[in-house]
Every structure is written in C-alpha cells, then in structure tokens.
Design a protein around this ligand. Structure first.
Ligand code: FAD
Length: 543
C-alpha cells in the first residue's frame, strides 16, 4: 500500500537520490498554524529560496514566520540535481545579447557569490552536506570530426570569452578530455569553468532549517497553505497572508518563495514550464574525476557525482526536458542511461530515477524582488535550471531590499523590468502555444472508467458535462476529480511517471489525490465523488 502522505513529502511518486543518505524522516517537523500571528516578514515556501531568505533575515535579527503548504523541503529543492554553478544554463553570450554586458557581469558576480555562500553557511553552521568546489566542463554534443562539433566548439570558445569578460575563471581548452570518460564517443574540447560547486541539497537545507528552528526570532508552520497575500493600509503598510484554514499572518513584508508565484498572469506569462528527468547510476569510486559536466544538446545533459556507499558513488545525470503536460517520459530515462553507459563504461545499476519541474523566463533571467504593483510583497521565481544559486542569491537581495540596502546585483532580476524587445517573438509563440492547450476541452484520454488499469489515471470528457480526472487506486476503486485546473482553467493531463495531474497551460501540478503540489494554482482539484473527497481528507489528516 503506497504512503498516502507521499505527496506531502515530495512532488512526485518517484523518489530522488537524496533520500539515499537523507531520508524524509530526517526533515524537521513543525506544527500547523492554528492562530493569527504578527511578524516582521512572512516567508511562504520552504525550499532553497524560502530557507535562504529566512536565513539572511534571521541572521540580521529580523523576526520571520515561515509557512509551508506541505512538509518542509517538499518542493523542487528536494528533487534537484544540486549543481551550484555560475556557468549558467542560458549562457553569457545569450544573456549579454538580451540584457547587455553590464547586466551579464552583475549576474555572473551574483551567482559566483551564491555558490560560495552555500559553502560559507555550511561551514559556519557545521553542516555536513558534501559541499565542495570543483570544475565545470561544457562540451559539444557531437563527436570530433563532425562539422556540427566544430560549430559548437565555436560557441564554446565564444562562451568562454564572454564569461571571462564577465569576470569568471573560464577558458576554452582544445583537446580537453573529461577524466574518467573511457567510452568511445570522442567529444574532446571544452570550456572549463573553475570554482563551480556542488552539495547534497537536502542535507544542506535540513541543516539550515534546524539552525533556524533554534533561533527565537524564527518560527515555521507546515501543512499551512497560503491562499492570498494582500497589502493594505496607508502606503501599503501591512501585508495580510491568509491561510487555507482561515488564519491571518500580519507582517510588514511578505516573500512568496513558492517556486512559481501564485498569481494569474504577468510574470507567469513570461515563463515556460518544463519537466526534466534525472537518474542516479552507480559508478566505482576512483573511476572518475569529481566535476560538473554539461553538453550543448537541446535539451542538454547535466552531470554531477554524489556519495553512495563504500564501493560506489552515484553519477547523477539530468536531461530530456519537455513542456509540462505536453509530452510524457517516452523513453527519456533509457536515453539518459544509455548516454552514460556509452561514455562511462564502468557504470553500474540505476538505483534512482525521478523528474521535476523548471521554469524558464523568456529573457533568461530569474525574477527576484518586489512583485509588480506591490510595495511589500516579494517574489522569487524563474530558476532557468539555476534555481539553487538563484534561491541563495534571492535571500541576500530580498534581505537587502527589505532593509533598504542598495545592492547593484538586484537590478537585472527585478520582476518590474520590461522584457527586452528581442524576446517578443518568442513570447508571442509561447503565448500561442499555451493558448493552443485549451484544445483539451475537445479531447478525451480514456473512453470509459472500466478501461483504466489500477494505479493509473486519465481524463474522461463526457459530451454532456465538464472533463473529469479519474484515478483508479491500487484496489481498483475509481476517484473522480474535476479535470479543470483552478488557476486558468486548463484541462489537466495524467503524468504516469510521477502519478500526478499536470496542467499543460501554466504547469500547475496535483497529486493523484488532487492535492496541489506546484503552482501557480493555489488550491487542489475539486473532488467530484465521495471516494475522491475521502482520499484528499486522508492525505490532509496526515500531519
Ligand atoms: C530535476 C531537477 C534538477 C535541477 N537541477 C538544478 C541544478 O543542478 N542546479 C540548480 O541551480 N537548479 C537546479 N534545478 C532547479 C532548482 O532545483 C529549483 O529551481 C529550486 O530548487 C527551486 O527552489 P524554490 O525554493 O524556489 O522552490 P521549491 O523548492 O519548490 O519550494 C517551494 C515551496 O513552496 C511551497 N508552497 C507552494 N505553494 C504554497 C502555498 N500556497 N503556501 C505555502 N507553501 C507553498 C511548496 O510546497 C514548496 O515546498 C533543478 C530542478 C529539477 C527539478
């Protein structure tokens, strides 16, 4: 019998590799909020962005209340692959062409600070989290001798040059072969980024959260879902954060660290929503060099290593990204495994496979700072595959802004910025693509409930009424929910890998019981029969 509380621990049915040495039972536990409260700053969400923001504020003596809809660290920060990189996925050549060289330099400096900040905090708080600095290698996806390899080498050279101009220790090295790569594909030549870093993400976050829990000016409430966050009073002096259970936190400032802001449009429309896949595969200790690896494929492969046991470590590879709810796993795990085996011939068994969600702003820069139209409500979103450094950096930028400290790094990340004109064509095509997803009102995934196998789901679309999301549990009992996403009314799609309902419009996701696990939706799918309502109650009763 599967654990009914699983969707409160993490956002998918598949467990990430991090639980190998840091099980869910290690996560600090907090009470549910059952009264109204006052504080200086309310932080909503307990991922790397929320915890880093709380850390920076509490360390400066600010009184912080953190609320979390599910368990602590149950979001994408627990499903990440843990690269701490200033070698950004979107490339400095692209960022500089959209935002200018000055902004690209500020962005490089700020990520460099963030990846070192994790090491400093881990050292200061005595957190054992595998933090280490190491090189990052960026290579062509093609083999030497292929003309396309040469073309990508030109891109690698240009990226090394631009990253250097932005102040990073990056060089292009012709003929560079990644140590430990003993398979046949010859993809030598690389841009080498020195002083990148990696860590065990949940060990780090658990460590910081445990430290926070000991501070008198910090409190945290889990299973406490924010439903609204409104400014009021003269000069918007107060922010009222209202929870699903009807309690109010009154604060001077609120920070929505919910991975994606829980609002209707503006910022939401400027991002693309992707599902990305990862596997952890055993590799004998000493048979590889500890490093980060990226290729230039689209979607690209990203690789790092982490501890497994006395004999082996894990090689963790990610890739296979596709738009949320618009494609399925479709052999992506197998592709990642075969990629590794061809290049690291001593790779052993695949012990973990999981997927998660990333958010790409169309102009390649995250949104960190005061929300549009607000004076005391901050957002952190748009990770672009670098959400860990963005999250750590957000802590500093928002703490500075709340305390009135001018920080030159904040400008490129401002949510109030206008997207550069050059992004308009991609914004328009993204918009059209998103709107096309409403075609699902005319589609059905299953002809009838009888045809559903146990532990699967599908959307039934009766011509006479609204679409129904039907999940058949392991005992064969069907649970019916409204298939309409409460955000902007897209029709959800069954994700058979993570056993969830995913909205193809703006990427909101819901567990098989219809509980919201990723916004922008604030609430879950409406139960449409008694068994569905009961399944939700069983989950929510698990505190
Ligand atoms: C497979 C994968 C690999 C990745 N690899 C990397 C990498 O190597 N390097 C990198 O930098 N980035 C990487 N990323 C991205 C990075 O992990 C994320 O961007 C980052 O962890 C997001 O952190 P966060 O704190 O913003 O969100 P989350 O960790 O998702 O935390 C948000 C929290 O808010 C809570 N919440 C949501 N709504 C509410 C509400 N209404 N009320 C209260 N609480 C709420 C959620 O339950 C959740 O716990 C990867 C992501 C994935 C999925």
């Amino acid at each position: 019998m599967s654990d009914p509380a699983h969707c409160l621990h993490t956002s998918g049915e598949e467990d990430p590799v991090w639980i190998h040495t840091d099980p869910y039972s290690n996560r600090p536990r907090f009470p549910k909020l059952n009264e109204d409260l006052h504080c200086d700053v309310c932080v909503i969400g307990s991922g790397i962005a929320g915890i880093s923001t709380a850390y920076e504020l509490v360390a400066r003596g600010v009184k912080v209340v953190m609320i979390e809809a599910r368990d602590a660290i149950s979001g994408e920060s627990s499903r990440t692959t843990g690269h701490l990189a200033s070698a950004l996925d979107d490339h400095y050549t692209e960022i500089a062409s959209k935002h200018g060289d000055k902004a690209a330099t500020l962005i490089a400096e700020s990520h460099d600070w963030a990846l070192r900040r994790v090491g400093d905090v881990a050292w200061k708080l005595g957190i054992e989290c595998e933090y280490r600095q190491l090189p990052g290698y960026e290579i062509s996806q093609y083999e030497r001798g292929d003309l396309k390899h040469q073309k990508e080498v030109d891109e690698l050279r240009a990226e090394a040059k631009k990253a250097q101009e932005c102040g990073l220790a990056a060089t292009f090295q012709e003929g560079f072969a990644i140590p430990g790569w003993d398979g046949t594909p010859d993809q030598r030549d690389a841009t080498i980024f020195q002083r990148q870093a990696t860590f065990h993400p949940t060990k780090y976050l658990v460590g910081v959260l445990k430290w926070l829990a000991q501070q008198p000016q910090f409190s945290c409430y889990t299973h406490t879902r924010m439903m609204s966050c409104e400014e009021s009073g003269l000069l918007h002096k107060e922010v009222h954060v209202k929870t699903m259970d009807g309690y109010t936190i009154t604060c001077k400032d609120a920070v929505e660290a919910t991975c994606v802001p829980l609002q209707k449009l503006s910022i939401i429309a400027e991002m693309e929503y992707y599902r990305t896949y990862s596997i952890a595969i055993r590799i004998p200790k000493g048979s590889y060099e500890d490093c980060l690896i990226y290729d230039l494929a689209d979607p690209y492969h990203y690789i790092r290593f982490t501890a497994c046991d006395d004999q082996d470590d894990y090689l963790v590879i990610g890739g296979g990204d596709h738009k949320v709810g618009q494609e399925g796993e479709d052999g992506r795990y197998a592709e990642l495994e075969s990629w590794v085996r061809k290049r690291f011939t001593r790779a052993g068994s695949v012990d973990y496979r999981w997927s998660g969600q990333i958010f790409d702003p169309v102009d390649y820069v995250a949104f960190i700072g005061l929300n549009t139209g607000k004076k005391h409500t901050y957002i952190i979103t748009g990770d672009s595959g670098n959400g860990l450094t963005h999250g750590v950096l957000a802590g500093r930028l928002i703490a500075d802004e709340i305390q009135g400290i001018d920080n030159p790094w904040s400008k490129p990340y401002s949510p109030k910025r206008l997207p550069p004109l050059s992004t308009l064509p991609s914004m328009l095509s993204h918009d059209l693509q998103i709107n096309a997803q409403y075609k699902r009102y005319l589609q059905k995934d299953i002809p009838d409930i009888e045809s559903l196998a146990p532990c699967t789901g599908g959307v039934l679309n009766p011509s006479t009424s609204k679409p129904l999301a039907v999940y058949k549990d392991e005992k064969g009992v069907a649970h019916k929910f409204s298939a309409i996403c409460p955000h902007l009314h897209g029709v959800v799609v069954w994700n058979d890998t993570e056993k969830s309902w995913d909205c193809p419009v703006h990427g909101s996701r819901f567990s098989k019981e219809g509980i919201c696990v990723i916004g922008p939706a604030k609430a879950g799918l409406n139960p449409e029969d008694e068994t569905a309502g009961r399944a939700q109650q069983v989950v929510m009763a698990t505190t």
